[in-house]
Design a protein around this ligand. Structure first.
Ligand SMILES: *Cc1c(COP(=O)(O)O)cnc(C)c1O
Length: 334
């Protein structure tokens, strides 16, 4: 069976780099949404706990409940409480959602500083804070999200500027204890001197951060590798074609094997005929549901150990390569 290995040393290496940047392990909020970017929610939560990460970010209440015993603080990005739990904080993404949270819920207010996806508008902040108090919610933090921290554009600067205005506005209204955060991975590593209360770090922890120009770095190490097992093997004669649609034709006699990893388990089909494995085996023909063929005779093959490389061949981003990996694949920590 195809399976995933998770390299704990690489994960810890990445967390070392991140905690140096945040200046404290306690300021790392590890993003574990979407099955921990396909790595496995419980596996990553376990390694993070061992490292000493105390904060986590997830999408839903259900995800939060699965890892509640491993963290002190869990931020839910987009869900309503379905259980009582002191550790869980809920995001307010819309001014009209405030009344839907039960009195006493710990909440964090998301402010839209330019991405225009989630969060209350800057001109709605005062009203939102009033409504939060009327509803009897416990406001713990105000935060925002960057839309282009990983691109060299001026947007990074004006979003920071807008969030700085939000901070001083919130403080001027008497919310002295409220915490603030705005950084995802790319934003954290663009700050020269990070000084916020927390950073929400996903892709950097998994070792697949990609930064432009002068911000590029090579010290992060990918955590996840995908291995597949040979189902069958044959000699393809020169001129014979392989797979659905006969999209690959052998230029000379070659040995091809078929492996048990297809798009049904998350191998993006757009890689077809356009990918070479880390050991130099060429993907031949179309990726099919439970199969993919490589020009190889190996019993087992390392399909990828860096999602960024596969992402290039699939014309997408590492986030999609990783989150496409199905929960049913076995995950081993090594
Ligand atoms: C997914 C997400 C993050 C993490 O982003 P990375 O680029 O993986 O570090 C941070 N904040 C929010 C609101 C997110 O949705």
């Amino acid at each position: 069976m195809a399976y995933i290995t998770l390299n704990k040393n690489n994960f810890f290496n990445n967390l070392d780099i991140i905690s140096k940047k945040t200046k404290s392990k306690d300021k790392i909020a590890l993003v574990l949404k979407d099955n921990a970017y396909g790595h496995g929610l419980l596996e990553v939560a376990q390694m993070a706990q061992e490292y000493g990460v105390k904060k986590a970010v997830v999408q839903t209440c259900e995800e939060a409940q699965k890892i509640e015993n491993k963290f002190d603080y869990i931020l839910v990005l987009a869900d309503f409480p379905s259980c009582k739990n002191e550790k869980i904080r809920y995001t307010i993404n819309d001014i009209n959602a405030i009344q839907k949270f039960p009195t006493g819920t710990k909440v964090e207010l998301k402010v839209d500083t330019g991405m225009h996806r989630n969060g209350v508008g800057i001109d709605e902040v005062t009203l939102a804070l009033e409504k939060i108090q009327e509803q009897g919610l416990l406001l713990e933090a105000v935060f925002t999200h960057h839309r282009s921290a990983d691109e060299l554009t001026s947007e990074w600067f004006w979003q920071n500027e807008k969030f700085a205005q939000v901070k001083s506005h919130v403080k001027s209204l008497g919310f002295g204890e409220v915490r603030f955060h705005s950084c995802n991975s790319a934003a954290l590593f663009r700050h020269v001197d990070f000084a916020e209360d927390m950073a929400r770090v996903g892709i950097a922890a998994y070792g697949c951060l990609e930064m432009p120009g002068a911000y590029e770095r090579d010290d992060f190490k990918p955590v996840l590798s995908l291995h597949a097992t040979q189902i069958s093997s044959r000699t393809l004669r020169s001129g014979e074609a392989l797979g659905y649609g006969a999209t690959f034709t052998a230029g000379e006699d070659c040995r091809v094997s078929n492996y048990d990893f297809g798009y049904g388990a998350g191998f993006l089909r757009t890689c077809s005929n356009n990918y070479t494995s880390p050991k130099g085996f060429k993907l031949a023909g179309r990726v099919s549901m439970d199969n993919s063929s490589f020009i190889s005779d190996a019993k087992e093959i390392l399909v990828f150990d860096d999602a960024r490389v596969l992402a290039k061949s699939a014309k997408t981003i590492s986030y999609e390569v990783l989150t496409s990996l199905k929960a049913g694949l076995q995950r081993k920590i090594i």
